[in-house]
Design a protein around this ligand. Structure first.
Ligand code: NAP
Length: 248
């Protein structure tokens, strides 16, 4: 089955590397204009340039997604330029792991701000014109850790579980406007985020994954692409695990 996509404007946060880069490339290959967001201008710039060089449509916007005022200003700038954003993928995320007894307030709030509050800021920035247009797709990138918890990741688990709650609440609030809101919960995916795990930890994790390997960023991008297509218009408020069978 070929997915149906009519050209739209999409914003992908954390598009400078890893999963976000694969999502941006996938949406661009489906004909969408993709606004690639990352913290560092060089990473989102390189991804937007590569998409454009390959014949797609993309621009880069560098912003710290944990800064409410900065996100509001960029949303305004984007809306001035494009009128409406049809697809929003909240993917930017960080980890600051540690056992709760040793976790600092700063590590707690940085992870909550970057992974969870940021999604609220972007949604607030784009929802009004999206509701007027009566079409929209919002996908929040959660994690297997948000679904089942993980020792040493209380901040990250809380943020990623919070994204699932946000997803379900938004899905109920905006269903009458034909805006679907879903979450994707990746398992362990080969990116910079997991590259920092020592080899023996990676082996131990793999032994707990039924498919016995890490996934690729493209595995997540394929699910997100489907959820953003016309074909997925009757799916909302769901969280899809793409994790090699970890959270059954
Ligand atoms: P990654 O390779 O570390 O890339 C993270 C991206 O997010 C980068 O482009 C980074 O920007 C951007 N970012 C981080 N903090 C930001 C901020 N404050 N403002 C703007 N952009 C910011 O991560 P990944 O592995 O692709 O993960 C992507 C998402 O999937 C995250 O939400 C992560 O929690 C989730 N996830 C990942 C895995 C996994 O195994 N990899 C598993 C489950 C869930 P710069 O490029 O400018 O640094």
């Amino acid at each position: 089955m070929k997915l149906e996509h009519s050209p739209k404007v999409a914003v992908v946060t954390g598009a400078g590397r890893g999963i976000g880069k694969a999502i941006a490339e996938s949406l661009a290959s489906s004909g969408h204009t993709v606004i690639c967001v990352s913290k560092n201008p060089s990473s989102c710039g390189a991804v937007a340039d590569a998409i454009t060089a390959a014949g797609g449509k993309a621009v880069a916007k560098a912003v710290d997604v944990s800064d409410a005022n900065a996100v509001a200003a960029v949303c305004e700038e984007i809306l001035k330029e494009y009128g409406c954003v049809d697809i929003l993928v909240n993917n930017a995320g960080i980890t600051k792991d540690g056992l709760v007894m040793r976790m600092t307030d700063e590590d707690w709030s940085d992870v909550l701000q970057t992974n969870l509050s940021s999604a609220f800021y972007w949604v607030k920035g784009f929802l009004r014109p999206m509701t007027k247009k009566r079409w929209g797709r919002i996908v929040n990138i959660s994690s297997v850790t948000g679904v089942q918890g993980n020792a040493g990741q209380a901040n990250y688990a809380a943020a990623k579980a919070g994204l699932i709650g946000l997803t379900k609440a938004l899905a109920r609030e905006f269903a009458t406007r034909s805006i679907t809101v879903n979450a994707v919960a990746p398992g362990f995916i080969t990116t910079d985020m997991t590259a920092v795990l020592p080899e023996e930890v990676q082996q131990k994790i793999k032994s707990a994954i039924p498919l016995a390997r890490f996934g690729a960023p493209e595995d997540i991008a394929a699910t997100v692409n489907f959820l953003c297509s016309e074909n997925a218009g009757y799916i909302t408020g769901q969280c899809f695990s793409v994790d090699g069978g970890m959270a059954m």
